[in-house]
Design a protein around this ligand. Structure first.
Ligand code: HEC
Length: 510
């Protein structure tokens, strides 16, 4: 059958309205117990205690003084006064602001006392709760609610720790390190996010562990990133639980060396409330794990059950809705190893494209594992144990039977900061800020870069002015968050870079 149509219809099935109403009715998560730390002394050791032997290169913060923020005071003012090595300690209370951290080695740590949290409340009108561009940043113990953009976004900040945050209804991305190296995301709980709750974008050496994600469009997404481990997480009631993707049209073109293990991936049957037309809106509700075009992925020791569409989908770019393949990316998932996992009760109500595959395969069982499109070197440890579809070219039995030898991909030493100079700064800002929402020729959150290039040809200053103070233009897109935190020079540099972005043309096939 024509596999290229398999996902083509999925976009149609997507919920048309915005997720706001849906989310607003959703009660906030009950928080996992967070240790309450009322003294400053133990803040510096907290990280070591929680992670044991991994993450030794992420210990730098909290060697300086402690700046305390009282309820009613400004967190941003305390951050402005902090020096590298300092800890900004936020006492319980409600704060209405966006916090920008543009210096290195600052820990932003909430104090939870008797169940009272420091709450950053965007009141449905602010875009981001915490935006950092420094290296060695730690963000911990914050409750973040009612933002429109991101809860915690890192922009080219290396050696970060984001831990113990409670995030509900906070926009399109929850925890979003973009263009980062060496970072740890652990013990967070996230719900009500319109794209990916934990979104690792164009990053390297990332560890995502012990998080709870539910009621989001995508739970955890590793996108255009390498050397990432996703382990011991609980992903339930999202439209899609855990994703490893290559999104086409971004400055970094690969995803490989991803380990997804020891997670609970349960009943990810939530309606997909992603923005219509966006890539994430093409995720079929009811899917536990999706691997799209990523290479060298291991899926091991997960409990994958009650996902109504399929336990695992492995797909190439052609088979996915809303995707224009990138000639600079390999569209196929290669060397994906599905090792031992517990599968139960998946695929009991598959989308009609999967039902068509079932008919073609003469089975009435929805799949634990389905492969669509191209890909080579893929394998499944025990093919006969699972309900599978489309595994024609997959090997039964895998060359490597366990990932236990790989404890973490975090670095032993901190990664050096990304150098920002006159030559590369436009590209750096584009990669770390704009590419979270703009890809070259596919729709992410904002319109494709190609469309913007056509509108603003030769007018970089026009872009620089727009992004400082964006006005709402398109009915079917959200508003773009202002980028006034970038200096006029950086705005112009990124605008020029945006106008210069190109992508190789596809090879002409006769
Ligand atoms: C959080 C997502 C997001 C980020 C980050 C983002 N944008 Fe946008 N951008 C959007 C959306 C959404 C629109 C469409 C807004 C509308 O039509 O009202 C948009 C529209 C635009 C436009 C079109 C303006 C017009 O006249 O139609 C330009 C130019 C632009 N963005 C540039 C940038 C640049 C440069 C950056 C990085 C510094 C950036 N954007 C970062 C979401 C984002």
């Amino acid at each position: 059958m024509n596999k290229s149509t398999i996902w083509a219809l999925l976009a149609v099935a997507v919920l048309a309205g915005s997720g706001g109403y849906l989310i607003a009715r959703r009660a906030p998560a009950s928080a996992p117990a967070a240790p309450s730390r009322s003294t400053a002394e133990d803040l510096g050791t907290a990280h070591r205690a929680a992670t044991g032997t991994i993450g030794a290169s992420l210990q730098a913060s909290a060697k300086g003084k402690v700046v305390t923020v009282q309820p009613g005071a400004s967190i941003q003012a305390a951050v402005a006064a902090a020096l590298p090595g300092d800890t900004v300690q936020v006492l319980p209370g409600t704060y209405h602001e966006t916090v920008y951290i543009d210096k290195d080695d600052v820990a932003l740590v909430g104090v939870v006392r008797g169940g009272d949290w420091p709450v950053l409340d965007g009141e449905g009108k602010r875009n981001d709760a915490v935006l950092y561009s420094g290296n060695g940043i730690r963000v911990e113990n914050l409750k973040i609610v009612n933002y429109k953009g991101n809860a915690i976004m890192g922009q080219a900040g290396n050696n970060f720790v984001v831990r113990h945050n409670w995030i509900a209804n906070a926009g399109v991305y929850g925890i979003f390190p973009e263009f980062a190296q060496n970072g740890l995301i652990e013990y967070n709980t996230l719900t009500g996010i319109e794209d990916a709750a934990i979104y690792v974008g164009m990053s390297d050496n990332i560890h995502v562990a012990h998080n709870e994600v539910f009621g989001n469009v995508a739970g955890i997404e590793i996108e255009n990133s390498r050397h990432a481990i996703v382990e011991h997480n609980l992903a339930y009631d999202n439209a899609g639980g855990i994703l490893a993707f290559i999104t086409p049209g971004l400055p970094i073109k690969t995803t490989f060396d991803v380990i997804i293990r020891d997670n609970f991936v349960i009943a990810n049957n939530h309606k997909n409330f992603g923005a219509p037309g966006s890539i994430v809106s093409g995720v079929p509700s009811g899917t536990g794990i999706i691997i799209m075009a990523a290479d060298d992925v291991f899926i091991e020791n997960n409990v994958i059950r009650d996902n109504k569409n399929a336990g695992i989908i492995v797909a190439d770019h052609k088979s996915f809705a809303n995707i224009t393949p990138d000639p600079e990316s390999d569209p196929n998932p290669d060397r994906v190893s599905v090792l031992r996992n517990l599968f139960a009760n998946n695929g009991y109500e598959p989308i009609k494209e999967i039902r068509a595959l079932m008919v073609a395969g003469m089975t009435n069982q929805g799949p634990d594992l389905v492969a669509v499109g191209g890909g080579s070197g893929n394998c499944v440890a025990d093919k006969t144990a699972l309900k599978t579809l489309g595994l024609g070219s997959w090997a039964s039995g895998c060359p490597k039977s366990s990932t236990a030898g790989t404890l973490t991909y975090l670095l032993d030493q901190p990664a050096p900061p990304r150098a920002l100079n006159a030559d590369n700064r436009g590209k750096l800002i584009y990669s770390s800020v704009c590419a979270g929402c703009h890809a070259y020729n596919v729709r992410m959150i904002g319109p494709p870069t190609q469309v913007i290039q056509a509108m603003y040809a030769g007018n970089a200053q026009g872009i620089a002015d727009y992004i400082a103070n964006p006005v709402k233009k398109r009915e079917d897109f959200p508003a773009m968050p202002p980028q006034g935190h970038l200096s006029p020079e950086l705005r112009l540099a990124v605008a020029k870079y945006m106008l210069s972005v190109t992508q190789a043309r596809p090879a002409v096939t006769p």
